[in-house]
Write a protein that binds this ligand. Structure first.
Ligand code: ZN
Length: 326
């Protein structure tokens, strides 16, 4: 299965979500070096919760397959609907790490969700099967995108996730993965959500990189919108997920120095979606982060750098720690 075709989506229309919140969150975390950027960013200030207001945007996205991130990404799949099934043979293989003995995060549980799976492309019928995400039925999972030189998003997400785990464990957190490269494909997006829920996670972060058009650059964090349909009810986690996401965005910005997306979120680095099963089905605070655009040469130069990925993991961890410590 090619990484290109179904994964690529045209750039989404510009949106103007929550500038205020992130500005505030970032201001609290970012040192002087980025003040200029912040001043620029503060120009717009409409905020709003984006979620409800953004329904049209979400709808259009669902309609058009392939959005930046994996457009396809829509981690949950993206297009088509058919009878879906559950996941046979795949047990919620949460990979738990040994709890650290001490540290400021002792007793806290963080679930890290490395987006996609390096083996997904070899199992198209399995990952294309539809699963119930409450509001809809979508593909179990997608292949993820890749850089033009072939570095896959699935490799990227596992690498950043492992670096993140190391950092969080040093601070005492118990870290669980939804997959750690030890299974042939998946898990499906509903199972990914279930792993975080069953773990009683204090925070869940799903790691991704986007597959948008060249020239589209920067990171963005995706928050769950308000969804109450079928098995999906995000109402209890929308606020806490926003708090988590704003801190993750702030930490990522400060640590990597990478500007927020220039094609999603109106410069805020924050997006809200209602079409992602991994968010719709979560009962604990959860966000996605699209660390950059693998299809852009400048972004891909960063994404393929181990040193940059370490900074990315550090930034994400700082956001998580800030959220957990209140
Ligand atoms: Zn992805």
């Amino acid at each position: 299965m090619s990484y290109v075709g179904p994964d690529f989506e045209p750039p989404r229309p510009p949106r103007h979500p929550l500038r205020g919140p992130l500005t505030v969150a970032v201001a609290a975390l970012v040192p002087g070096a980025l003040v200029g950027w912040l001043v620029w960013q503060a120009v717009g200030d409409d905020d709003g919760d984006g979620s409800a207001a953004r329904a049209p945007a979400s709808a259009s996205r669902s309609a058009s397959p392939g959005t930046p991130d994996d457009g396809k990404e829509r981690p949950d799949g993206g297009t088509g609907q058919s009878g879906g099934g559950e996941e046979p043979g795949t047990s919620p293989s949460a990979t738990a790490s040994a709890p650290a003995a001490s540290g400021p995060l002792k007793g806290r549980v963080v679930v890290v969700d490395p987006g996609h799976n390096p083996g997904n492309f070899r199992h198209p019928s399995d990952i294309n099967r539809k699963v119930d995400i409450g509001t809809n039925r979508k593909e179990c999972d997608t292949t993820g995108t890749a850089t033009n030189s072939g570095y896959t998003e699935a490799e990227f997400t596992l690498d950043v996730s492992r670096r993140l785990r190391t950092i969080l464990e040093k601070q005492g957190a118990t870290v669980k993965f939804t997959q750690d490269g030890g299974r042939a494909w998946g898990p499906c997006v509903d199972e990914r959500a279930e792993i975080g829920n069953k773990a009683g996670a204090d925070a869940v972060v799903s790691i991704h990189a986007d597959g948008s058009a060249a020239g589209n650059r920067g990171f963005h964090v995706i928050l769950p919108g308000v969804v109450h349909s079928g098995a999906a009810d995000t109402r209890p986690i929308v606020a806490s997920s926003r708090a988590l996401g704003e801190r993750v965005a702030g930490g990522f910005l400060r640590t990597t120095g990478t500007p927020p997306s220039n094609y999603i979120g109106g410069g805020t680095g924050i997006d809200v979606r209602k079409d992602l099963g991994g968010l719709n089905l979560s009962t604990v605070p959860k966000v996605f982060i699209e660390c950059g655009n693998m299809r852009d040469s400048k972004d891909s130069a960063q994404l393929t750098s181990g040193a940059w990925r370490q900074k990315a993991a550090q930034g994400i961890s700082e956001g998580i720690v800030s959220f957990l410590r209140g």
